[in-house]
Design a protein around this ligand. Structure first.
Ligand SMILES: O=C(O)c1cccc(C(=O)CC[C@H]2O[C@@H](n3cnc4c(=O)[nH]cnc43)[C@H](O)[C@@H]2O)c1
Length: 228
């Protein structure tokens, strides 16, 4: 696996973890529009395992420096909840496929008694981030964001995941990995997704990655001036 690429500053306080380099570059373009000495931005890999390992290694090396970790990137939007180009901030970060299939349906790790599939995003930081987005005139919603190891590709799976987590607005593949690493060190965490595609039957030609990366950039331009 390639090493995560990192851009950091001397007084870093907020760690931003994306999956891929294109997302990291969009975040950096946004932050470059203002004084952004508070941020460190890393592309930690695709999927919960890769990104959890990358995040844990960074936090172990310098965890005391961080007051917030943000999992950020493009994501799928559940129809009727979040459209292409829109921004979703997690109120809860939910591992949607961590559990067991049974003939009677899916059982989460919570139901199996093995732990929790949910990590709460930090409410205080969420309010600050939302205020920054609002002040910049950027629409965003608070909702559960799902983390999945396999992106949803059918209407049936989309419906199942919405039934399992009512109100879920977006899905990505990294949030729960980033959040697990941060939570184990007691560091506040949240997740931001800029919607690139609808969650449902897979149609890669309908993905609007450029539009989503543009929204991600604008969000971090708004975050660049955040105060502690
Ligand atoms: O091809 C490109 O230029 C490109 C640029 C930036 C990102 C990508 C990705 O494919 C990123 C994969 C990343 O996106 C998240 N994602 C996006 N849509 C969904 C979805 O419907 N379900 C789950 N995850 C989604 C995910 O976090 C991946 O890591 C390509």
């Amino acid at each position: 696996m390639t090493q995560p690429s990192v851009t950091s500053t001397e007084h870093t306080r907020i760690l931003v973890v994306t999956a891929v380099e294109a997302e990291r570059e969009a975040v950096l373009r946004g932050l470059s529009q203002a004084d952004s000495v508070r941020y460190e931005v890393v592309a930690g890999g695709v999927g919960p395992a890769a990104v959890a390992a990358s995040t844990a290694a960074l936090l172990a090396a310098g965890g005391h420096r961080y007051e917030l970790v943000i999992s950020a990137g493009i994501g799928g939007g559940f129809p009727g909840r979040a459209d292409i180009g829109e921004l979703v901030l997690a109120d809860t970060i939910v591992s949607a496929d961590l559990g067991a299939e049974t003939p009677d349906g899916f059982l989460s790790v919570d139901e199996l008694g093995f732990g929790s599939s949910r990590i709460a995003a930090h409410a205080g930081w969420n309010t600050k981030l939302k205020n920054q987005l609002d002040a910049a005139g950027l629409n965003s919603t608070f909702a559960p964001i799902l983390t999945v190891s396999s992106a949803t590709g059918t209407a049936a799976t989309a419906a199942l995941r919405q039934r399992l987590v009512p109100g879920a607005a977006a899905e990505g593949m990294e949030g729960f990995g980033v959040a697990t690493a941060a939570a184990q060190l007691g560091i506040p965490v949240t997740e931001l997704r800029a919607i690139s595609n609808a969650v449902g039957p897979r149609d890669r030609s309908a993905w609007r990655i450029g539009e989503a990366l543009g929204s991600l950039e604008k969000a971090f331009a708004a975050f660049a001036t955040i105060t502690p």
